[in-house]
Structure formats: structure tokens, C-alpha cells
Design a protein around this ligand. Sequence first.
Ligand code: GLU
Length: 552
Amino acid sequence: MNNKNSAELLFPHITKKISDYDTIYPKRILQEGAKVTRLGPSPTGFIHLGNLYGAFVDERLAAQSDGVFFLRIEDTDDKRQVEGSVEVIINSLNFFGIKFDEGVTIDGSVGDYGPYYQSERGSIYQCFAKELVERGLAYPCFLNEEEISSIREEQEKTKQNPGIYGEWAKNRELTYDEILANIDAGKPYVIRLKSQGNPNAVGDEVKTISVEDGIRGILVMPENVQDIVILKATGIPTYHFAHVVDDHLMRTTHVVRGAEWLSSLPVHVELFNVLDLKMPVFCHTAQLMKLDEEGNKRKLSKRLDPELSLEFYKNQGYHPRSVREYLLTILNSNFEEWRIANPDLPMEDFHFTLEKMSNSGALFDLNKLNDISKDVLAKIPAKELYVWLKDWATEFHPEANILFENNEDYFEKILDLGRSGNNPRKDLIYASQIFEFISYFFDDTFKIEDKNPENISDEDAKLILNAYIASYDHSDDQSAWFNKIRTFGLTLGYAAKPKEYKKNPELYKGHVGDVSTVIRIAVMGRSQSPDVWEIQQILGEEKTKNRILKQL
Ligand code: GLU
């Protein structure tokens, strides 16, 4: 009776029972095996690769099983909230193809299991807390900061575990009258779980919990003994309590979250147990790591690694499909093998599994992302690349907008350069790199970047270009064009083949490769580029000739 009265005293305004909420949020009607997953970001304004990595797992699990993936905003910590961050979260994830079926959206919430903002769920948490108090499994704790610090000092002095538990939990057994007196005295209080663990157990007596993690397999950990706070003095829940209540009522089947939550798993297990709720499958993902300059693995850091921020990929102009494909590569160890066997299937056809996820630290490598991106872009038709580049430029590179005016055909030819046939060129990686890569096609951005080969003097270069312009016929096919270069090259003293030059260097000024390089630099500004003849065909006769003439 005492507990019931205390619960009433603490939560007079809470009239619903847990069972009422179970009726309001019934079991979801989904097909057998359907997974319900959620992303629970805090709206701090920083959304990073780790969020995307986790969201990707959530999305795949739900999508592959015809389940539900929802967005819940964990906004219980006022201090860390940043205006506009919910939009940033939704838009950033959407950019990478992560879409939610339910929960918070830009235009309000969608779904029957809301509210999806934790800040709007106060009375739900309080209802659960009330019932725990009623059942003697939670209690109000009036210890103030000073008292808690002196407990900590005492524990440090006597080398005991820190925290409020067992004998240190001085308010564990307060009577109704004592609680009433404290409240009347205006003392603030939190609600603590009355842990059922045994804090006095040592050695073999320590009970353990065993949880089968979806990624890590069976985890055995010591049971919780701490009387952790479930409701703060403001009535707002801690992460632990909100997680258990929400994931129960929202009928989450799989909780995918970072490894930083592993250490509090025993707390969550105890909360599920005392509330007599079925636990979801926990899936603790690996930390994202990278190799530093010395070749050591370290965690990706907000301060040191710009690539941790999702904005980085947008700003550079990575294609979302490249990032998705790369993430799958680090998420599932068998993806690369599958990709080799199925080069043309959409990545969504790959069956993602938790079992193939690494649990020891996923290694993130920008070079590998770039390699994957080359393959991904090589398969995207030029028309589609054009639209994507145009959209990206509008937002991130507006100075390039002018290049898109009445230039669609021209642009597509550029993007398609060397991409047909069995062995297509793979030099397009991300939008900003592509603009740089193709800049020579546009007079506004064309510039001579490289120098002629060392063995060619400026005078000799001019002789080459003069001969070239004299013999130039835009309608020559590729072999006729090259034969002309070879022929006038020979007349000017350049071997028709590099081999001949190597054999008798004293007989020549250089070889046909040097001649082509001089032409290449005059036309493209660079010594390395795709096929010159093809480029000239795209540039057109006038532009090509003008560029040569400019160097004379
Ligand atoms: N709000 C938590 C965070 O941002 C979510 C953790 C979870 O997914 O349970 O880390």
C-alpha cells in the first residue's frame, strides 16, 4: 500500500496504466519476420558517417523484410539541441537514399506509434515510472549534489565501485511519510530504479546476463546493480529509460546502435526485465576507424577527419550511390565478392545480413571509396550524370551554371568520352573532381597546365603545331589523323615509334609520342588526357583550331 500511495503522491496527474499504452500502441501487424528498426538521433546539428552507417543497417533490415524503419528524435537533452537540425538529419540521410517509412518528417509526423519526439512523450515515461514505484521497483531519491559527491569521495577512499547502489542508495527504503516530508520541504528529487541486482556479490557469486547480439553473438556481462536514474528532477527520462519505453511501445524489433552503448546494456536488460517487456534484438555496430599516417588504426574524429561529416560528401559531390555502395562494402564482408559476380545488378539486390558485419572496427578508407565511385559512375549513363552534375552545381558550384546553358549534348559527349566498349575509362570520381577533370572542354576554364616534354624547345613546339594546323582536316578518321602526325613528325625529326628513338636517340629530336604531347597540351592544356582525336571531335573544328593557333 505504501508504494501505491507514494506513486500517487509523486505522479498524481498520471491516470493511464502501462496496459492502456499497450492498447494504444498494439503489436504491429506485419508479415512473419518483418523487422522494425529506428534511428534515434539527438538533434545536435552534427550528422556524421556513423549515423549514416547505422541508418543504412536499419534501412536494409527493414526494407529487406517488408518491415518498418522510423525516425525518432531524441531531444531530451535541451542543452545540446540546435535549431534546424531535424531538417539537416532528414535531408542528409535522404540525400544518401535513406528514407523513413514512419516517424518524424519535414512536414510533421507520420505513423500510429507517435509522438516521435521524445520531448512530447513525458506523460508516457512518467506512467511507466509510476508503475515501477507502485511495484516497489523504483523510488524517489532526494540526495543532493553535495551528498552524492561525498558518497563518491567515500567510495574512492575505500576503493569501492562508484555509484548509487546497495547501502549507498540511502533513499531506497523511504516510507511514504518520509517521502511526503521531503516533498513538502520542497526538495528536488529524481526517480531511480531499485535495482534487483546483488551489489554485494563477489567473484563467482556475481550474476551475469547473457544477450545474443545480432552482430556480436552472445554477450555475457555482469548484471546491473546500480540504482540508475530513470527520470531526472525535471521529469525528463534518461536515455536508458526512454530507450526501453519507446522501443517497447514503438514495437522496435532490432535496436541498431553504436558500440558506445554496450557498457550500459546490463541496465537496459534489467529495465526490460522489471517492466516484464520483451527485449528487441540488440545490434551494436563497430566503431568507424581509419588508418593514420603511421598505419595505425584509430577512431574517426570530428576534429581531425572532415570525412566524418556527411556534409563532406555533399560538398565534394560524391554520388549518393557511390557512398551507399562503399558503405555496403564495409558493412558486409561478402559484398565485394557479390559485386564481382553481379556487376550489373542494383546493389539493393544484395542480401545484407547482420552476421557478415564486422564487430571489431570498420575500416574507413577514402581511396577505396574513390575506387568504388569510379566503378559506380562508369555505369551511370551520361544523361543521368549530366542531370546529377547540374543539380550538384546549382547548390555547390554555381559558378559552373553557365556551362550548362544550351550545352546538354556537348556535356553528354564529354561525359561519355572513352566510356563505351568493354574497357571503359574510369576517371570520373565525384562532382568537384569531374568539373576539374573536364574543365578544358570549356573556354572559360581552359588553361595550359602542363609543360611540353623537356626535349622539345619552344621553337620546336611551334614547328610541330604549325605542321599540325597545316595538315589538319577535321573530317579525318582516327587513323588518317594519326598517320599525318607520324608523317610530319618524321619530317621534323621525330621517330615514328618510341622504340626506334630508344635504339638510336642520336638520330632524332624525339619520337611521335612527344609530338602528340605537344598537340595534346595545346588542345587540352594537359599532358595526360583521354584520346586527343576523340576530344577534338567533341570540341569541334573551330575550337580545336583556335587553341592551336593561340600557341603559335
Ligand atoms: N540518441 C542516441 C544517440 O544519438 C541514440 C542511440 C540509440 O540508437 O539507441 O546516440
